[in-house]
Design a protein. Structure first.
Length: 147
């Protein structure tokens, strides 16, 4: 245990604390002393006990307000976290839907390409057949004209 000597309201006090906590205890006591002296200046000398009580009430009020704000921030963080998870889920769902759409479009594209190739071959075959028939017709016509 370590000992810390402090001055509060013009009086010296020796307080004990865990080893390594001396600086922290001194900082806390500085803050309490400031609050006590500010109240003493604002309210006048109401008596040490009453000023200590008012100081304690002020410190507890600040503590509770801070605690309430921390709880509100925790709730906000929890809500943001939930919204983030929801958004993340929506993004993955959107991505999966788009991947399916892309796959379907690629399949449709390949089917269309195959159909175009088949139609092109049929068209070329039709043209070749028509050209052959025209050639046969012309040949036949030429033979009839010669005879």
């Amino acid at each position: 245990m370590a000992n810390v000597s402090i001055k509060f309201n013009g009086k010296e006090f020796l307080l004990s604390c865990e080893d390594g906590q001396e600086e922290h205890l001194e900082e806390l006591l500085i803050q309490i002393n400031k609050k006590f002296n500010n109240l003493k200046n604002d309210l006048g000398n109401l008596g040490e006990n009453k000023l200590l009580l008012i100081t304690a009430v002020k410190v507890m009020d600040e503590y509770h307000e801070t605690k309430k704000k921390v709880e509100e921030k925790k709730e906000e963080l929890k809500n943001l976290s939930n919204k983030f998870k929801e958004l993340k889920s929506l993004i993955y769902k959107y991505r999966d839907n788009k991947d399916r759409e892309i796959l379907q479009l690629n399949n449709d594209h390949n089917k269309l390409k195959d159909e175009i190739e088949i139609n092109q071959k049929n068209y070329e075959k039709l043209i070749d057949e028509a050209a052959d028939e025209i050639s046969n017709f012309v040949e036949k016509a030429n033979l009839e004209n010669l005879s």
